[in-house]
Design a protein around this ligand. Structure first.
Ligand SMILES: O=C(O)CCC(=O)C(=O)O
Ligand SMILES: [Fe+2]
Length: 283
Protein backbone atom coordinates (compact mmCIF):
# COMPACT_ATOMS: atom_id res chain seq x y z
CA UNK A 1 0.00 0.00 0.00
CA UNK A 2 1.39 3.38 -0.88
CA UNK A 3 -1.19 5.92 0.36
CA UNK A 4 -0.34 7.32 3.80
CA UNK A 5 -2.54 5.50 6.30
CA UNK A 6 -3.69 7.30 9.45
CA UNK A 7 -2.64 5.98 12.88
CA UNK A 8 -6.09 5.66 14.44
CA UNK A 9 -6.98 5.09 18.13
CA UNK A 10 -8.28 1.66 17.11
CA UNK A 11 -4.89 0.82 15.60
CA UNK A 12 -3.13 1.99 18.77
CA UNK A 13 -5.47 -0.15 20.88
CA UNK A 14 -4.78 -3.13 18.63
CA UNK A 15 -1.03 -2.63 19.01
CA UNK A 16 -1.30 -2.36 22.80
CA UNK A 17 -3.38 -5.53 22.92
CA UNK A 18 -0.90 -7.51 20.82
CA UNK A 19 1.93 -6.20 23.00
CA UNK A 20 0.02 -7.34 26.09
CA UNK A 21 -0.15 -10.77 24.51
CA UNK A 22 3.63 -10.77 24.32
CA UNK A 23 4.37 -9.67 20.73
CA UNK A 24 7.57 -7.65 20.53
CA UNK A 25 8.15 -4.72 18.20
CA UNK A 26 9.45 -6.63 15.13
CA UNK A 27 6.65 -9.20 15.45
CA UNK A 28 4.08 -6.43 15.73
CA UNK A 29 5.39 -4.67 12.64
CA UNK A 30 5.38 -7.98 10.75
CA UNK A 31 1.78 -8.67 11.76
CA UNK A 32 0.70 -5.20 10.67
CA UNK A 33 2.45 -5.52 7.31
CA UNK A 34 0.69 -8.84 6.75
CA UNK A 35 -2.60 -7.10 7.54
CA UNK A 36 -1.90 -4.61 4.76
CA UNK A 37 -0.25 -1.74 6.59
CA UNK A 38 2.56 0.19 5.03
CA UNK A 39 5.81 -0.89 6.75
CA UNK A 40 6.85 2.65 7.61
CA UNK A 41 3.44 3.50 9.09
CA UNK A 42 3.42 0.20 10.97
CA UNK A 43 6.79 0.88 12.56
CA UNK A 44 5.90 4.46 13.43
CA UNK A 45 2.56 3.46 14.98
CA UNK A 46 4.18 0.68 17.02
CA UNK A 47 6.97 2.94 18.25
CA UNK A 48 4.55 5.69 19.20
CA UNK A 49 2.21 3.32 21.01
CA UNK A 50 4.70 1.20 22.92
CA UNK A 51 6.75 2.76 25.73
CA UNK A 52 10.07 4.06 24.37
CA UNK A 53 12.21 1.58 26.32
CA UNK A 54 10.24 -1.32 24.81
CA UNK A 55 10.44 0.03 21.31
CA UNK A 56 14.15 0.72 21.71
CA UNK A 57 14.93 -2.65 23.23
CA UNK A 58 12.73 -4.49 20.74
CA UNK A 59 13.88 -7.84 22.07
CA UNK A 60 11.64 -10.76 23.00
CA UNK A 61 13.02 -10.59 26.55
CA UNK A 62 12.13 -6.91 26.99
CA UNK A 63 9.42 -6.30 29.56
CA UNK A 64 6.42 -5.07 27.66
CA UNK A 65 4.81 -2.34 29.69
CA UNK A 66 1.27 -2.06 28.50
CA UNK A 67 -1.83 -0.03 29.10
CA UNK A 68 -3.76 -3.04 30.32
CA UNK A 69 -3.75 -5.04 33.55
CA UNK A 70 -1.69 -8.18 32.97
CA UNK A 71 0.08 -10.77 35.11
CA UNK A 72 3.87 -10.86 34.58
CA UNK A 73 4.10 -13.98 32.44
CA UNK A 74 7.28 -13.13 30.54
CA UNK A 75 9.61 -16.09 30.77
CA UNK A 76 6.66 -18.43 31.33
CA UNK A 77 6.79 -18.59 35.15
CA UNK A 78 4.88 -21.42 36.80
CA UNK A 79 4.32 -19.30 39.91
CA UNK A 80 4.03 -15.59 40.63
CA UNK A 81 5.07 -13.93 43.89
CA UNK A 82 2.32 -11.52 44.93
CA UNK A 83 3.94 -10.38 48.16
CA UNK A 84 2.22 -12.36 50.88
CA UNK A 85 1.55 -15.43 48.73
CA UNK A 86 2.67 -17.36 45.67
CA UNK A 87 0.07 -17.79 42.97
CA UNK A 88 0.10 -20.71 40.52
CA UNK A 89 -0.17 -20.04 36.79
CA UNK A 90 -2.44 -22.79 35.45
CA UNK A 91 -3.33 -21.76 31.91
CA UNK A 92 -3.07 -18.77 29.59
CA UNK A 93 -4.89 -17.95 26.38
CA UNK A 94 -3.85 -15.11 24.06
CA UNK A 95 -7.11 -14.14 22.38
CA UNK A 96 -9.25 -13.56 24.31
CA UNK A 97 -6.67 -12.77 26.96
CA UNK A 98 -7.53 -15.23 29.71
CA UNK A 99 -5.24 -16.40 32.51
CA UNK A 100 -6.25 -19.07 34.99
CA UNK A 101 -4.59 -18.83 38.39
CA UNK A 102 -4.47 -21.10 41.42
CA UNK A 103 -3.79 -20.49 45.10
CA UNK A 104 -4.76 -16.80 44.95
CA UNK A 105 -6.79 -17.20 48.17
CA UNK A 106 -6.33 -19.64 51.04
CA UNK A 107 -9.29 -21.85 52.05
CA UNK A 108 -9.60 -19.74 55.22
CA UNK A 109 -9.76 -16.52 53.21
CA UNK A 110 -12.48 -17.97 50.95
CA UNK A 111 -14.57 -18.91 53.99
CA UNK A 112 -13.95 -15.58 55.72
CA UNK A 113 -15.03 -13.65 52.62
CA UNK A 114 -18.24 -15.70 52.30
CA UNK A 115 -18.99 -15.22 56.01
CA UNK A 116 -18.44 -11.46 55.80
CA UNK A 117 -20.64 -11.17 52.69
CA UNK A 118 -23.46 -13.55 53.66
CA UNK A 119 -25.51 -11.20 55.89
CA UNK A 120 -25.45 -8.50 53.19
CA UNK A 121 -26.56 -10.56 50.17
CA UNK A 122 -29.42 -9.22 48.04
CA UNK A 123 -30.73 -10.03 44.56
CA UNK A 124 -27.99 -8.97 42.12
CA UNK A 125 -28.37 -5.73 40.30
CA UNK A 126 -26.75 -5.09 36.96
CA UNK A 127 -25.56 -1.75 35.71
CA UNK A 128 -28.41 -0.32 33.65
CA UNK A 129 -26.46 0.85 30.63
CA UNK A 130 -29.40 2.87 29.34
CA UNK A 131 -29.40 5.16 32.36
CA UNK A 132 -26.12 4.57 34.20
CA UNK A 133 -28.09 3.37 37.24
CA UNK A 134 -28.68 -0.15 38.54
CA UNK A 135 -31.52 -2.59 37.90
CA UNK A 136 -32.64 -6.14 38.62
CA UNK A 137 -31.83 -8.19 35.55
CA UNK A 138 -33.53 -11.45 34.57
CA UNK A 139 -30.25 -12.61 33.00
CA UNK A 140 -28.59 -12.56 36.36
CA UNK A 141 -30.24 -14.77 38.96
CA UNK A 142 -27.52 -14.61 41.59
CA UNK A 143 -27.46 -12.68 44.83
CA UNK A 144 -24.67 -10.26 45.58
CA UNK A 145 -23.12 -7.46 47.59
CA UNK A 146 -20.27 -5.00 47.19
CA UNK A 147 -17.51 -4.32 49.66
CA UNK A 148 -16.14 -0.79 49.66
CA UNK A 149 -12.57 -0.74 48.44
CA UNK A 150 -10.39 -1.44 51.50
CA UNK A 151 -13.45 -1.98 53.68
CA UNK A 152 -11.93 -4.67 55.90
CA UNK A 153 -8.39 -5.89 56.57
CA UNK A 154 -9.17 -9.05 54.55
CA UNK A 155 -10.54 -7.09 51.60
CA UNK A 156 -7.54 -4.78 51.72
CA UNK A 157 -5.13 -7.71 51.70
CA UNK A 158 -6.88 -9.34 48.74
CA UNK A 159 -6.99 -6.08 46.80
CA UNK A 160 -3.27 -5.48 47.36
CA UNK A 161 -2.56 -9.01 46.15
CA UNK A 162 -4.69 -8.54 43.02
CA UNK A 163 -2.99 -5.20 42.26
CA UNK A 164 0.40 -6.84 42.42
CA UNK A 165 -0.75 -9.89 40.45
CA UNK A 166 -2.08 -7.94 37.47
CA UNK A 167 0.17 -4.89 37.77
CA UNK A 168 -2.67 -2.42 38.11
CA UNK A 169 -3.16 0.11 40.93
CA UNK A 170 -5.58 -0.74 43.75
CA UNK A 171 -7.23 2.67 43.12
CA UNK A 172 -8.26 1.60 39.61
CA UNK A 173 -10.38 -1.25 40.99
CA UNK A 174 -14.08 -1.19 41.76
CA UNK A 175 -15.09 -2.53 45.16
CA UNK A 176 -14.97 -6.31 45.42
CA UNK A 177 -18.34 -7.86 44.59
CA UNK A 178 -19.35 -11.18 46.17
CA UNK A 179 -21.95 -13.28 44.33
CA UNK A 180 -23.85 -16.39 45.37
CA UNK A 181 -25.62 -18.65 42.86
CA UNK A 182 -28.07 -21.22 44.22
CA UNK A 183 -29.26 -24.26 42.24
CA UNK A 184 -30.46 -23.13 38.78
CA UNK A 185 -28.98 -19.64 39.09
CA UNK A 186 -26.78 -18.30 36.33
CA UNK A 187 -25.38 -15.18 34.70
CA UNK A 188 -26.19 -15.24 30.99
CA UNK A 189 -23.51 -14.37 28.39
CA UNK A 190 -22.44 -10.73 28.61
CA UNK A 191 -19.49 -8.38 28.32
CA UNK A 192 -18.16 -6.60 31.39
CA UNK A 193 -17.27 -3.37 29.56
CA UNK A 194 -19.90 -0.68 29.18
CA UNK A 195 -21.53 -0.71 25.76
CA UNK A 196 -20.52 2.53 23.98
CA UNK A 197 -23.85 2.51 22.14
CA UNK A 198 -25.83 2.86 25.39
CA UNK A 199 -26.96 6.25 26.61
CA UNK A 200 -25.87 5.67 30.22
CA UNK A 201 -22.28 4.74 29.35
CA UNK A 202 -20.76 8.26 29.57
CA UNK A 203 -22.08 8.53 33.16
CA UNK A 204 -20.57 5.18 34.09
CA UNK A 205 -17.26 5.91 32.41
CA UNK A 206 -16.90 9.23 34.25
CA UNK A 207 -16.12 7.30 37.46
CA UNK A 208 -12.78 5.94 36.28
CA UNK A 209 -12.93 5.21 32.59
CA UNK A 210 -13.96 1.97 30.95
CA UNK A 211 -13.61 -1.43 32.54
CA UNK A 212 -10.53 -3.04 30.99
CA UNK A 213 -10.19 -6.32 32.89
CA UNK A 214 -12.02 -8.69 35.23
CA UNK A 215 -10.82 -11.10 37.87
CA UNK A 216 -13.32 -13.71 39.04
CA UNK A 217 -12.19 -15.39 42.28
CA UNK A 218 -13.80 -18.70 43.18
CA UNK A 219 -14.65 -19.02 46.85
CA UNK A 220 -16.03 -22.56 46.73
CA UNK A 221 -16.81 -25.38 44.31
CA UNK A 222 -20.45 -26.19 43.53
CA UNK A 223 -21.04 -29.95 43.26
CA UNK A 224 -22.09 -29.58 39.60
CA UNK A 225 -22.24 -26.74 37.07
CA UNK A 226 -21.34 -23.10 37.60
CA UNK A 227 -18.37 -22.86 35.24
CA UNK A 228 -17.33 -19.49 33.86
CA UNK A 229 -17.72 -19.95 30.11
CA UNK A 230 -16.32 -18.03 27.14
CA UNK A 231 -18.69 -19.05 24.32
CA UNK A 232 -16.66 -17.43 21.50
CA UNK A 233 -13.79 -19.82 22.12
CA UNK A 234 -15.57 -22.75 23.78
CA UNK A 235 -13.67 -22.33 27.04
CA UNK A 236 -15.13 -23.45 30.38
CA UNK A 237 -13.37 -22.60 33.61
CA UNK A 238 -14.32 -24.93 36.45
CA UNK A 239 -14.70 -23.23 39.83
CA UNK A 240 -12.26 -24.36 42.51
CA UNK A 241 -11.84 -22.55 45.83
CA UNK A 242 -8.86 -20.19 45.78
CA UNK A 243 -8.59 -20.22 41.97
CA UNK A 244 -9.26 -17.17 39.85
CA UNK A 245 -9.80 -16.41 36.18
CA UNK A 246 -8.43 -13.15 34.79
CA UNK A 247 -9.45 -11.67 31.45
CA UNK A 248 -8.82 -8.31 29.80
CA UNK A 249 -10.28 -6.29 26.95
CA UNK A 250 -8.37 -3.43 25.37
CA UNK A 251 -11.51 -1.82 24.00
CA UNK A 252 -15.27 -2.16 24.48
CA UNK A 253 -15.73 -4.35 21.44
CA UNK A 254 -16.99 -7.91 20.86
CA UNK A 255 -13.85 -8.58 18.81
CA UNK A 256 -12.06 -8.91 22.16
CA UNK A 257 -13.97 -12.24 22.37
CA UNK A 258 -14.56 -11.63 26.08
CA UNK A 259 -18.21 -12.66 25.96
CA UNK A 260 -18.59 -14.79 29.08
CA UNK A 261 -21.20 -16.29 31.36
CA UNK A 262 -21.71 -17.94 34.71
CA UNK A 263 -23.22 -21.27 33.65
CA UNK A 264 -26.21 -22.56 35.65
CA UNK A 265 -25.39 -24.26 38.93
CA UNK A 266 -26.83 -27.79 38.81
CA UNK A 267 -26.12 -28.91 42.36
CA UNK A 268 -24.94 -27.09 45.43
CA UNK A 269 -24.17 -23.37 45.42
CA UNK A 270 -21.47 -21.24 43.90
CA UNK A 271 -19.73 -18.32 45.60
CA UNK A 272 -17.40 -15.95 43.74
CA UNK A 273 -15.83 -12.55 44.22
CA UNK A 274 -15.46 -10.32 41.17
CA UNK A 275 -12.96 -7.48 40.82
CA UNK A 276 -13.50 -5.17 37.87
CA UNK A 277 -10.59 -2.97 36.86
CA UNK A 278 -10.95 0.47 35.30
CA UNK A 279 -8.68 2.46 33.02
CA UNK A 280 -8.18 5.14 35.67
CA UNK A 281 -8.73 5.74 39.36
CA UNK A 282 -12.26 4.63 40.29
CA UNK A 283 -14.16 6.86 42.69
O1 LIG B 1 -20.23 -16.33 37.61
C1 LIG B 1 -19.26 -16.29 36.86
O2 LIG B 1 -18.52 -17.27 36.74
C2 LIG B 1 -18.99 -15.06 36.07
C3 LIG B 1 -19.33 -13.80 36.81
C4 LIG B 1 -19.29 -12.59 35.94
O3 LIG B 1 -19.29 -12.65 34.76
C5 LIG B 1 -19.22 -11.24 36.54
O4 LIG B 1 -19.30 -11.13 37.77
O5 LIG B 1 -19.10 -10.26 35.78
FE1 LIG C 1 -18.97 -10.72 33.81
Amino acid sequence: MSARQPITPALRAWIAERAAEGLDLPALVDAMCQAGWDAQVARQAAEETLPSDTAAAASPEATLATNLPEPALQGAPTRIDVGDRTVDVLMALAHPRVVLLGNLLSPEECTALIDAARPRMARSLTVATATGGEEVNADRTSEGMFFQRGETALVQRIEARIARLVNWPVEHGEGLQVLRYGPGAEYKPHYDYFDPAQRGTPTLVRRGGQRVATLVLYLNAPAQGGATTFPDVGLEVTPHPGHAVFFSYARPDPDTRTLHAGAPVHAGEKWIATKWLREREFH
